[in-house]
Ligand binder design. Structure first.
Ligand SMILES: [Ca+2]
Ligand SMILES: [Ca+2]
Ligand SMILES: [Ca+2]
Ligand SMILES: [Ca+2]
Length: 372
């Protein structure tokens, strides 16, 4: 019998959906939820919250509710007044989203949704709103947006393919696009704060519009993009180079002040830089999960190729012992982490989720005790 293990590094901030459900059901009156309505996704970012709901019970989300802090217009209701109950949000002048809501993602003080307008099952349209201090909305300005604002690459009316994944960081943003419509992302756009090179375009100028990113001297990623993760000021992506459906290659870039890039240095990286464990040319298996914390990073690896991760590597800031190597010294290259006095995890690692040390502690207490 295979035993499964869920690894939570830094606190218990990944809370099961049924916890969210019960909280939301208490707000049933405000949400107008019917018995058959399904909560498809819930995302918490900054001090605001959002849920996407399937009202017409076709198993696809169609309705967005937002509530909480609205200082930067991140609720999207064309105001900056905090909302104390879930408030339905649509694009300006529209009664609905013009399609199915595929994904909701929360950045620091901005929020975004991807929409499938032609109902082929894939998102094709992106809206973002809220704080735009570093151009993280991507509308070629730094003016906060109080309503959902449609975003496309500069000079383009669409994304040239399907939006596979939206990832909003605190001050920078990214989307993965499937341009050849094979179901796998192949193209990465990033925008927003670039102070540490976290956009990856070999500059440190903020980007106010989505900017296509590839590894240096390459015109593409050499495979399918599997996962994008954004830390506070650093970025990482996993790529499936041999096209077997599993990521095998990791690129990291941006802030490296604590070694969170993992290239055995503390120099910021302005272009995607391939990372492997010390003394190795590859990860010795498939990369199952990539997660970037505030100033640290981690991946899980499936070494016996059964589809489940069995090894954990971590690196970066370690001032609170967040690396887990029984020290508080930063690690500038990926090192393998095991439980105390064990040779392995005695099971498969199902999920890896690194904390953003201030904010996600806060969420934890918010949900358990409404203390924040
Ligand atoms: Ca579509
Ligand atoms: Ca593709
Ligand atoms: Ca692969
Ligand atoms: Ca395995």
């Amino acid at each position: 019998m295979k035993k499964f293990l869920i690894v939570f590094l830094i606190p218990l901030m990944l809370i099961k959906f049924n916890t969210f459900d019960s909280i939301l059901i208490k707000k049933e009156k405000n949400l107008n939820l019917n018995q058959n309505d399904n909560i498809i996704n819930l995302d918490l970012g900054g001090d605001d919250s959002g849920a996407i709901i399937d009202i017409d019970s076709d198993k696809n989300a169609d309705t967005l509710y937002m509530w909480g802090d609205n200082q930067y217009g991140q609720i999207g209701d064309n105001s900056t007044e905090d909302k104390y109950v879930p408030t339905e949000i649509t694009p300006e002048g529209q009664n609905d989203w013009g399609g199915k809501i595929i994904d909701l993602d929360s950045g620091g003080n901005d929020n975004g949704v991807t929409i499938d307008t032609d109902l082929d099952g894939y998102a094709d349209t992106l809206y973002i709103w809220g704080n735009n201090f570093s151009g993280q909305i991507g509308d070629n300005s730094t003016i906060d947006k109080y309503v959902p604002t449609k975003i496309t690459p500069q000079g383009q009316s669409d994304w040239g393919g399907n939006i596979i994944n939206l990832n909003l960081g605190y001050y920078h943003s990214g989307v993965e696009i499937d341009t050849d419509l094979d179901g796998y992302a192949d193209t990465l756009y990033m925008w927003g704060s670039n102070y540490y090179g976290q956009i990856g375009d070999n500059s440190e100028e903020d980007k106010y519009v989505p900017t296509k990113i590839t590894p240096q001297n390459q015109s593409d990623w050499g495979g399918n993009i599997v996962d994008l993760s954004l830390g506070e000021y650093h970025s990482g992506i996993t790529v499936d180079e041999n096209l077997d459906g599993y990521a095998d290659t990791l690129y990291m870039w941006g802030d490296n002040s604590d070694g969170q890039i993992g290239d055995n240095s503390t120099e910021d990286k302005y272009v995607p830089t391939e990372i492997t464990p010390e003394g190795k040319n590859d990860w010795g298996g498939n990369i199952i999960d990539l997660s970037l914390g505030y100033y640290h990073s981690g991946v899980t690896i499936d070494t016996d190729l059964d589809g489940y991760a069995d090894i954990l590597y971590m690196w970066g800031r370690n001032n609170y012992g967040q690396i887990g190597d029984n020290s508080t010294e930063e690690k500038i290259i990926p090192i393998e982490i095991k439980p105390v006095e064990q040779d392995d995890w005695a099971g498969s690692i199902i999920d890896l989720n690194l904390g953003k040390y201030h904010s996600e502690w806060c969420y934890c207490w918010y949900w358990f005790g409404w203390i924040c």
